[in-house]
Design a protein around this ligand. Structure first.
Ligand code: FAD
Length: 392
C-alpha cells in the first residue's frame, strides 16, 4: 500500500516537475528520432532510415521508437484465427456483463442535452434512426470522428474541445496490398516474420505519380504463416499483406465516388503503387513470382470506407513529437469536455493493439474512478502466486 502511494506521489511530482520545467527538462519521449543518442546509431545513413512506425522520422520520438524496437526484440504476437478473433472473442464477455453488440448500426450522433451532458447515441437502423439512452457514452470512433462528426454542431465549438483538437494531427494514411498465393507456407518458404524494407528516402512531399514509383517504406508479412490454424482451414493456400504509407490528399479527389467504382484514373494510380510494392516483395521472395493468384489493394479512401478512419490513417491521430509533449499527454484524456462522454482506443494512448488496450484501461479507470492498473498488478501477483503453488 505504502509502496503504491509513494509511487503515485513520485509520478505526480515528476509530471508537475515536467510541466513546470519543460525547457530545462523535456519529456523523455520528446527527443527527435533523427537524432538518437550518438553511441546508439553512429552510421549517418542508418540514422536517416530510422522510422517510427507510421510517423515521418522528422516528427517522431526516438524514445517511442526505441520502446517499439525493444518490444519487437522480444518477438511479436499473432491472434490464432486472424485479428477478427479479438473482437469475436470479446463479444461473449460484453454480453455476460449485460451488454449487447450491434452490427451494421452506425452511430449518427451523440445525444447531448440542454445542460451539455451526453445521454446516449442516435443509431441508424435501415432507414430509421433509433435513440439509445445511456448514463455514460464511450466512443472508440477516434477523437476526430467523435468531436467533429458525432457531436452536435453547438457542442463541437466548446473551447476545451477545440483546444484538444488543435494539439493533434491526423496520422499518416496507409496503402494496403493483399496477396493470395497458391501453396502452403512450407512450399512457398514463407516465415512468421515482419519485413520493414526501406528502399528509398522519404517521399511524402513528392507528387503522387513520383511517390508511387519510389516507395520508401514497405512492410511485408504473411499472416497465414503466423497463424497455426490456417493450414487446416485453407490447405495449400497462403496470403501476404504489404503496407506502405500514403497521403490522403493523393486520392482525395475520388472521396465522393462509390467504393470499387472510382474509375480508371484511380485504378491506374493504384496499380503504380501495387507494381512498386510487388517489386520489393519479389526481391525478398523471388519464388512467389508464379504463385500469385489474387492481388487486391486499398488506398487511404479504402481505410476511410471500411474502418471509418477520417483520412485513411493506419494508427489514428499522429503520434509525433508534439503528441508526446507533457502538456498534450496531460490534455488528451479519456474524459472529454462533454460530461458523461469518454474516449477510448488508440487516440487516448498510442496506436497499435497494445496502445489500444492501454487506452481502454485508462478509459475504464476514468469511468469507474478507480486505478485499474493497480487492480491488474494485484491480479498478476495473485495469478503468479497460484501458479507457483500449483508447481510446488
Ligand atoms: C492495415 C492495418 C494494419 C495494421 N496492423 C497492425 C498490427 O500488425 N499490429 C498492431 O498492433 N496494430 C496494427 N494496426 C493498427 C491497429 O489496427 C489500430 O491501432 C487499432 O485497430 C486501433 O483500435 P481502436 O479501437 O482505437 O480503433 P479501430 O480499430 O479503428 O476501431 C474503431 C471502430 O469504430 C468504428 N466507428 C467509427 N465511427 C463509427 C460510427 N459513427 N458508428 C459506429 N462505429 C463507428 C469503426 O468502424 C471501427 O470499427 C494496423 C492498422 C491498419 C489499418
Amino acid at each position: 500500500m505504502w509502496l503504491y502511494l509513494s509511487l503515485i506521489v513520485i509520478l505526480l511530482l515528476l509530471l508537475y516537475w515536467g510541466l513546470c520545467n519543460r525547457s530545462s527538462s523535456p519529456s523523455p519521449f520528446s527527443a527527435d528520432s533523427r537524432r538518437p543518442p550518438a553511441p546508439l546509431v553512429i552510421d549517418k545513413d542508418v540514422r536517416k532510415k530510422i522510422l517510427k512506425k507510421g510517423v515521418n522520422p522528422a516528427r517522431s520520438s526516438f524514445s517511442l521508437h526505441a520502446v517499439l524496437v525493444d518490444h519487437f526484440l522480444e518477438g511479436g504476437w499473432y491472434p490464432q484465427g486472424v485479428a477478427s478473433e479479438i473482437v469475436f472473442q470479446s463479444i461473449p464477455i460484453i454480453e455476460r456483463s449485460g451488454g449487447t453488440v450491434l452490427t451494421k448500426a452506425p452511430v449518427q450522433s451523440i445525444l447531448v442535452n440542454s445542460e451539455g451532458k451526453a445521454y446516449g447515441v442516435s443509431v441508424q437502423k435501415g432507414q430509421d434512426l433509433v435513440n439509445i439512452f445511456a448514463p455514460v457514452v464511450i466512443s472508440d470512433a477516434g477523437i476526430f470522428n467523435t468531436y467533429e462528426r458525432l457531436l452536435p454542431a453547438e457542442t463541437r465549438n466548446l473551447p476545451g474541445l477545440q483546444a484538444q483538437l488543435s494539439m493533434l494531427q491526423h496520422g499518416i494514411g496507409g496503402f494496403s496490398l493483399f496477396i493470395g498465393l497458391n501453396g502452403s507456407k512450407e512450399e512457398l518458404g514463407l516465415e512468421a516474420k515482419n519485413y520493414y524494407v526501406y528502399p528509398t528516402n522519404f517521399y511524402l512531399n513528392a507528387p503522387r505519380e513520383t511517390a508511387a514509383k519510389n516507395i520508401p517504406l514497405v512492410y511485408i508479412t504473411s499472416p497465414s504463416a503466423k497463424d497455426p490454424t490456417w493450414e487446416k482451414r485453407y490447405p495449400g493456400k497462403s496470403n501476404m499483406i504489404v503496407l506502405a504509407i500514403a497521403q490522403y490528399e493523393w486520392f482525395e479527389e475520388w472521396k465522393d465516388e462509390k467504393v470499387s467504382k472510382r474509375g480508371e484514373e484511380y485504378e491506374s494510380l493504384k496499380s503504380v503503387f501495387v507494381d512498386s510494392m510487388l517489386e520489393t516483395v519479389l526481391k525478398i521472395y523471388p519464388q512467389l513470382k508464379d504463385k500469385i493468384e489474387l492481388l487486391s489493394s486499398g488506398t487511404p479512401l479504402t481505410n476511410q470506407h471500411y474502418i471509418a478512419s477520417p483520412q485513411g490513417e493506419l494508427y489514428g491521430a499522429e503520434h509525433s513529437l508534439s503528441r508526446v509533449q507533457p502538456e498534450v499527454i496531460a490534455a488528451i484524456r479519456a474524459q472529454t469536455p462533454v460530461s458523461n462522454l469518454y474516449l477510448t482506443g488508440q487516440d487516448v494512448f498510442l496506436g497499435g493493439f497494445p496502445g489500444v488496450v492501454h487506452g481502454a484501461l485508462v478509459c475504464a479507470s476514468a469511468v469507474l474512478h478507480r486505478n485499474l492498473y493497480i487492480d491488474l498488478t494485484l491480479l498478476e501477483r495473485k495469478i503468479k502466486a497460484n501458479d507457483s503453488k500449483k508447481k510446488n
